[in-house]
Design a binder for this molecule. Structure first.
Ligand code: GLN
Ligand code: ZN
Length: 785
């Protein structure tokens, strides 16, 4: 870029939801996949959703509109297609067949791997890159979206995943040699980005956004060299749009000077999850008393680093549903403007894409007005961005030199803004009673052996049984007031009886009630605890066409009355075998909710832990002998930077122990963690001090059973011998092979036989066949038959 870069408008967002305000894309995708509509129909829905989005953003007064944030499945997958990185096994049919085969699999091919997008609940498709992947530009999507927006009279900024993040998040193709890493192909990939930038320039595009969130996680110096090389090379292209490199979900750390030294015209900073030195006191996401971290750039260097650049300041959170504290956000913007100096241009933005929040609070008329006043969904957040940009423009320079977090805003601008966010009801600093300590495992194991009298290799399941259509329909009718509570309860009781009878008949050792009363393992508890609100339409994309409706944890969490006890009591009354009480753990409840930000996350989790702890005690008092407290999200909340992870695991484990340590020695506590890399946190799993841990390992080659990974793990373990994610029924023989692997490292009384997750998404037919084989394998290995 030789001439002066075009000026970046004063407000923007990094991205916007795409599933549709009424989940139109979900419906269109599922109908197309089922063969009920054509690809043209699907494209029509896409076009309509994009048009509505642009018109909406424009109507809300946003300065710069993004394009390309729409996707039929996922933005990483779109980038793989853009670069022509489609593995051969998916080719052969039409482009859309290849696209959806990579996303979801097809006849004879499994899909690409899917994994969590940083520390969010969004999941992306992991591209596969090998030494001989042939890259070739396919610019159809970015170009057509730019043109499409122009048909509506709107100019947009194409948003793409940046080359470094793309390669860092890709996996090596299965055929690649062990020493190969996708980043080795950076030079080739950059060639394709160059070609794309040339095409976009020819199209008259002024700005391009390249997302590089991978730069907020720990990076080696070789990776930082890759950042310098990549943006040095793209920056020196003569014919190109201005480059805006966006970071989000944390601090850029050492990547900031690396990036700032390249010719890129704009850098995006997440001032909610991250921060800048000297700005900590004012950044919305940081407690006011937090000191700068070691190793970060001293404030005075900032001006030098950012001189001549546009700084896109993410001060409105794209990760939560709270209204922005306008005063604090403005203070951060003013301080940033002063520190960055007169040679920098500050743009107001969201901290990340708004993909992670629901569309519009106006679609939620049923919310309690007191809660509602504190909330902002995507559209409300855009209005905040626009408002802050106006306030910033109106504020004279020199206002932000001593940010204190409050009071730096001139009175005139303060009154011009909206009312400050009302204070939350919780007076922070609530005192925690110390949790009781359970006896050592050996003492408990002896008490439990006596109390439960289980055979070696006990057989159990993870909790849920198939959720029938009848049950879902009944729940909808109950919510709509068409079915009364008593009729619904009868239905649930009958479903519990069915699940219990099936397990008894098949010969399982520790039964479950099947969770028929639960719509979702988090929402169910949120609906029964004080301090939570649930939405009707607050859908957020989880992956592809899948959405979740995270509850909103807005106040102090308390359990007004027992939640699961009556169902547990009913189930136990039907059998002499122990039936597990089934609860969701405090970390998971918090991880899958939108959580208040006025007190530390740890304190919120501890409050939830105490509520779950009350339930544990009540279940025990009701005669429940085995209680499972699930923590499938324990790893999800893990901070992105290694230096923060130890402290997190410490309090997360402490919260779990608070929830479970009220149980007597004879009560067996189980936990379930479903992720494939449990082997990496064996220490933390052991520290949870659950008597039995069931994990997902069927799909991941049971790495946890390596002698080294398992170490001296001294409690019970159910490695998960049946992959419930597939309709396939495992044979007795393969279950035995998996169990023998466990028996090599653990004694038979500590090895449990179970599927790798809940059975909710399977049919009764599949479940019955699989559990029959599970029991047969256990009996055979015990020598019963
Ligand atoms: N108990 C839950 C179930 O079986 C656990 C689900 C999960 O791990 N995600 O459905
Ligand atoms: Zn699971």
């Amino acid at each position: 870029m030789t001439a002066r870069p075009p000026t970046f408008p004063t407000s923007t967002v990094l991205g916007y939801p795409r599933i549709g305000p009424n989940r139109e894309l979900k419906r269109a995708l599922e109908s197309y996949w089922d063969g009920r509509s054509t690809y043209q129909d699907l494209q029509g829905t896409g076009r309509r959703l994009r048009e509505e989005t642009w018109r909406r953003l424009d109507g809300l007064g946003l300065g710069a509109l993004p394009s390309g944030t729409f996707s039929f499945y996922d933005q990483m997958l779109d980038t793989a297609v853009l670069l022509g990185a489609v593995p051969d096994r998916y080719r052969g049919g039409t482009d859309e067949e290849a696209y959806f085969a990579m996303a979801r699999g097809a006849e004879g091919v499994t899909p690409l791997r899917m994994t969590k997008w940083f520390d969010t609940n969004y999941h992306y498709i992991v591209p596969e890159i090998g030494p001989d992947t042939s890259f070739r530009l396919d610019a159809a999507k970015p170009l057509s979206e730019v043109r499409e927006a122009r048909e509506h009279g709107l100019e947009t900024r194409p948003v793409l995943i940046g080359p470094v993040t793309f390669l860092l998040l890709s996996q090596a193709a299965p055929s690649a040699p062990a020493e190969f890493a996708p980043l080795d192909r950076l030079a080739d990939v950059l060639g394709v980005y160059e070609e794309l930038l040339r095409e976009l320039a020819a199209e008259g595009v002024e700005w391009v956004q390249l997302d590089e969130p991978a730069l907020v996680t720990d990076r080696t110096s070789a990776e930082l060299d890759a950042v310098r090389a990549a943006y040095g090379r793209l920056g020196s292209l003569p014919e190109r749009p201005a480059l805006f490199v966006a970071s989000y979900f944390g601090d850029l750390g050492d990547a900031l000077p690396a990036l700032a030294a390249t010719p890129v015209e704009a850098i995006g900073l997440d001032l909610v999850a991250g921060g800048l030195p000297g700005l900590y006191a004012a950044t919305p996401g940081r407690p006011t008393d937090e000191a700068a971290r070691p190793g970060e750039i001293p404030g005075k260097l900032l001006g030098k680093l950012l001189a001549g650049k546009t700084v896109v300041a993410g001060v409105v959170s794209g990760r939560d549903v709270w209204r922005t504290d306008q005063e604090r956000a403005l203070a951060a913007l003013l301080a940033l403007r002063d520190q960055a100096g007169p040679a920098a241009h500050v743009v107001v933005s969201t901290s990340c894409s708004l993909l992670h929040v629901p569309y519009d609070l106006d679609l939620e008329p049923g919310l309690d007005p007191d809660v509602r006043r504190r909330l902002a969904f995507a559209d409300q957040k855009i209005a905040e961005v626009v408002e802050l940009a106006a306030l910033l423009a109106a504020a004279p320079a020199g206002q932000g030199t001593t940010p204190t977090g409050q009071g730096t805003t001139p009175a005139a601008t303060r009154t011009a803004g909206p009312a400050p966010r009302p204070a939350l009801e919780h007076a922070s600093g609530h005192t925690l009673q110390p949790a009781p300590v359970r006896s050592p495992y050996a003492v408990r194991a002896a008490a439990q052996a006596e109390h439960l009298r289980l055979p070696p290799l006990p057989v159990t399941t993870i909790g849920s049984f198939p959720q029938t259509g009848e049950l879902r329909e009944a729940r909808a009718r109950l919510a709509a007031g068409e079915l009364d509570e008593a009729a619904y309860d009868d239905l649930v009781r009958a479903e519990i009886a069915r699940a219990v009878a099936l397990q008894e008949g098949l010969g399982l050792d520790v039964l479950v009630h099947g969770e028929p009363e639960r719509n979702d393992m988090v929402q169910y508890f949120a609906e029964h605890l004080d301090g939570f609100a649930v939405t009707r339409n607050g859908w957020v994309q989880s992956y592809g066409s899948r959405c979740t409706r995270p509850p909103i944890l807005f106040g102090d969490v308390r359990r007004p009355e027992p939640i699961t006890v009556r169902w547990a009591r009913h189930a136990q009354s039907l059998t002499d075998k122990p039936v597990k009480g089934m609860l969701t753990g405090p970390v998971t409840i918090v991880a899958w909710s939108f959580v208040r930000d006025d007190i530390p996350l740890r304190d919120v989790v501890f409050q939830v832990a105490d509520a779950i702890g009350d339930e544990v005690r009540d279940l025990e008092a009701a005669g429940v002998r085995v209680i499972q407290v699930d923590e499938p999200a324990l790893r999800e909340l893990m901070p992105l930077r290694r230096e923060d992870q130890g402290a997190y695991l410490e309090w997360a484990v402490a919260a779990y122990r608070r929830a479970t340590s009220g149980a007597g020695d004879h009560t067996q506590i189980h936990t379930h963690l479903c992720y494939s890399d449990a082997d990496q946190i064996v220490g933390a799993i052991d520290a949870l001090d659950a008597d039995v841990t069931t994990i997902e390992s069927a799909r991941s080659g049971a790495r946890i059973l390596d002698e080294e990974a398992i170490g001296d793990f001294e409690r019970g373990l159910g490695p998960g011998v049946y992959d419930i994610h597939s309709p396939r029924v495992p044979s007795t023989w393969e279950i035995e092979v998996a169990l023998k692997a466990a028996l090599r490292v653990l004694p038979a009384d500590r090895v449990w036989v179970n599927p790798d997750c809940g059975l909710k998404t399977r049919t009764y037919e599949q479940v019955e066949a699989a559990l029959t084989n599970l029991v047969a394998a256990a009996r055979h290995l015990r020598g019963d038959q």
